[in-house]
Design a protein around this ligand. Structure first.
Ligand SMILES: C[S@@+](CC[C@H](N)C(=O)[O-])C[C@H]1O[C@@H](n2cnc3c(N)ncnc32)[C@H](O)[C@@H]1O
Length: 268
């Protein structure tokens, strides 16, 4: 257990109840049947009928339960007690509790889960940035992935993580390369799902370059494949971006294009 882990857990336990009542997450719409998965991950993962899924850092379970709605049997893992409690409540509210379960644990130390191995291990949007080391993360994937299964990763591209999200002109304010010295999120910052809410807790985050992510998985014997980079994002990385009907954010300007999303698979 490290200091950053406890600090981030407090942060996530504070923001989760803000998220569950936010318009951003639209829990009511979800209970009524909305699927929260985007076309990128749905196309990449393919049909999930009767597949066994592990969702790493599942937050309060909307993506996890969306995979269940498509036919998968799912286990979501998150270290926030608030998130796991809400995920279990949502599983019941949506009648998916017979095919979805949630485990409260640090994803870097959860070990082999009792219903492993999984056909698909999935993680997306705002995940490894919270981890100080990818060693335990990759170990969790390796210990739980079936021999013929795959790991699927989708998140902001490491290049997109360099920029100041509030600057009109693209302005680099973060290092590309990983450092054990974290980025500090001070108390009082706005929550991404509710800009009115000021978070009382602090958070720590870490940058990870492409080679760091791939090397962590390769060190466990996995092979990286189907690497994809996308010129659109899952949220507003720059002020000059607009959300399109497909749910992704596109730049309005004729600036040179940047990779904003990274997706890939890893297999044995
Ligand atoms: C931005 S959310 C992921 C969002 C998710 N893709 C969704 O569908 O809403 C990040 C999640 O990572 C979790 N988290 C951060 N560090 C973790 C760790 N070491 N182990 C497990 N969960 C962690 C947080 O509690 C939070 O729920």
């Amino acid at each position: 257990m490290n200091e950053h882990h406890d600090i981030n857990k407090r942060w996530w336990n504070e923001v989760t109840p803000v998220h569950t009542t936010s318009e951003f997450y639209d829990v009511d719409g979800f209970i009524k049947g909305r699927n929260t998965l985007g076309s990128v991950e749905r196309d990449a993962v393919g049909p999930v009928d009767d597949k066994k899924f592990l969702h790493m850092q599942c937050h309060f379970g909307m993506d996890t339960l969306s995979w269940a709605r498509l036919g998968a049997t799912v286990t979501g893992v998150d270290f926030s007690s608030e998130a796991v409690a809400k995920a279990r409540e949502l599983a019941e509210a949506t009648g998916l509790d017979d095919r979805a379960r949630f485990v409260e644990s640090d994803i870097t130390a959860v070990g082999k889960l009792d219903d492993a191995p999984y056909d698909v291990i999935f993680t997306s949007f705002g995940t490894i940035v919270w981890l100080k080391s990818l060693e335990g993360w990759a170990e969790t994937i390796a210990s739980n992935l079936a021999g013929d299964g795959f790991f699927y990763f989708l998140d902001s591209h490491p290049t997109a993580m360099l920029f100041d999200e509030e600057s009109a002109e693209p302005k680099i304010i973060y290092d590309y390369f990983h450092s054990d010295d974290p980025n500090f999120e001070e108390a009082g910052s706005a929550d991404y799902a509710d800009w009115e809410y000021r978070i009382q807790s602090e958070a720590r985050s870490f940058n990870w370059g492409l080679a760091d992510i791939f090397a962590a998985l390769e060190s466990k014997g996995l092979t990286i494949c189907e690497v994809r980079e996308y010129p659109f994002g899952a949220w507003r990385h720059f002020p000059d971006m607009t959300k399109a009907d497909d749910g992704y954010w596109y730049r309005d300007t004729n600036e040179k294009a940047l990779p904003l999303l990274l997706g890939f698979k890893a297999t044995w």
